[in-house]
Ligand binder design. Structure first.
Ligand SMILES: [Zn+2]
Length: 68
C-alpha cells in the first residue's frame, strides 16, 4: 500500500486520490507520508532562513572549487 501527502487537502491519501503532481510521495506507510510533509515544511523554513543568511554573506561565496 502506498501513501501520499496531498497538498490540496493537506492530508495523507491512499494511492487512489488526487493527481500525484499535487502530492508528496509515494511513501510506504501513512505515518511516513505525514512525516514527509513535516520534513518538507521544515526544509522550506530552513530555506527561508538560509536565504536571509545568503543575503548577508553573498560577497563571501567561494568560487575556488572551479580553479584547478
Ligand atoms: Zn487530495
Amino acid at each position: 500500500m502506498k501513501w501520499y501527502y496531498c497538498l490540496v487537502h493537506n492530508r495523507v491519501e491512499p494511492e487512489k486520490g488526487c493527481a500525484n503532481s499535487e502530492r508528496l510521495g509515494p511513501y510506504e506507510s501513512e505515518e511516513q507520508a505525514s512525516h514527509a510533509f513535516e520534513i518538507a515544511r521544515k526544509r522550506n523554513e530552513e530555506w527561508d532562513a538560509g536565504e536571509n543568511e545568503w543575503g548577508t554573506k553573498g560577497e563571501q561565496v567561494d568560487l575556488g572549487d572551479d580553479v584547478d
